[in-house]
Write a protein that binds this ligand. Structure first.
Ligand SMILES: Nc1ncnc2c1ncn2[C@@H]1O[C@H](COP(=O)(O)OP(=O)(O)OP(=O)(O)O)[C@@H](O)[C@H]1O
Length: 282
């Protein structure tokens, strides 16, 4: 059995009763092995965040099943102990790290609080040492430990959010567009860091991104989502080099490469939108 097993996950958003609603997630099934990084790609609105949020308990599913280490993660957690246990199974890193960092609390103190909450440090001295170790793991220092989130750069803040997620030693980290707001060189640093942490700790990632180049750098396997459904999945190299589904082919064709030409992109975007319309009618 894989670390994560998702079967026929389904979610429809209805604005009002009796309206047809939007099928955000359409009978999605996939698995994630222990120590595996899986990319979830698709254009805006394809349902990526909804899947991510369902797995961490921030959104409910209408039907389907999802387990982490064989334990159901769809039924709302009952009680504090169960919530903490789930937090140790799966953590999430958001595009905007401010959502998971308290702006009044210095980074080091925030990590110590997380460690104490999960019983991961026997004493204050042990919590302080472990917080510094976590910061070191994401290339932040004692100086950063004393800083509040707004005193850090965007890249440093995201690394602090990653350290917070890792503090509980989760089995799975769900990263939702976690490097999208960073400039390209900082993005590369954070991706290198994530790959190193994965190698060293054996953590698994579900890496949500609209950016195929980013997924290629980190993920061993990729799932392609179109209108809420997985249309293609496989080893990342195979999916990107020889995409089988027309939607994957369109996604790849519209990604800027070395020969990027803005005029061609505008032209292709038109074609992309028109061809997408045809695809969705099929
Ligand atoms: N809370 C909500 N209420 C109503 N509709 C929603 C809600 N959340 C998502 N949706 C709809 O579900 C669909 C999937 O949205 P989702 O955010 O999962 O896509 P996404 O692929 O993550 O997009 P993006 O890359 O832009 O974040 C969209 O049509 C969106 O409008």
């Amino acid at each position: 059995m894989s670390l994560v097993e998702v079967d026929a996950l389904h979610r429809v958003f209805r604005m009002a009763r009796r309206t047809e609603g939007v099928t955000a997630v359409n009978r999605v099934s996939f698995s994630i092995g222990a120590g595996e990084a899986v990319g979830l790609v698709g254009e805006s609105g394809s349902g990526k965040s909804t899947i991510a949020r369902i797995l961490v308990g921030l959104e409910r599913a209408d039907s389907g099943t999802a387990t982490i280490e064989g334990v159901d993660c769809l039924t709302p957690a009952r009680g504090r102990a169960e919530r903490l246990r789930r937090a140790r199974a799966v953590q999430m890193v958001f595009q905007d790290p401010n959502g998971s960092l308290d702006r009044r609390v210095p980074i080091g103190e925030m990590l110590q609080r997380t460690l104490r909450l999960h019983g991961r440090s026997a004493s204050t001295a042990a919590a302080r040492a472990e917080a510094l170790r976590l910061l070191d793991q994401v290339r932040l220092s004692e100086r950063h430990a004393a800083a509040k989130p707004h005193e850090l750069s965007g890249g440093q803040r995201q690394r602090a959010a990653i350290a917070r997620a890792l503090a509980v030693e989760p089995k799975l980290v769900v990263l939702d567009e976690a490097v999208s707001a960073l400039d390209v060189s900082v993005q590369a640093q954070v991706l290198d860091l994530l790959a190193e942490i994965q190698r060293d700790s054996g953590v698994s990632y579900l890496f949500v991104s609209h950016d195929l180049a980013v997924v290629q750098q980190l993920c061993q396997r990729t799932l392609v989502l179109f209108r809420g459904a997985i249309v293609e999945q496989g080893p990342t190299g195979r999916v990107l080099d020889t995409p089988q589904h027309p939607y994957t082919q369109l996604l790849i064709a519209s990604t800027p490469g070395a020969d990027w030409d803005p005029e061609r992109v505008v032209r292709d975007r038109m074609t992309f939108t028109q061809r997408m319309a045809v695809l969705s009618e099929e």
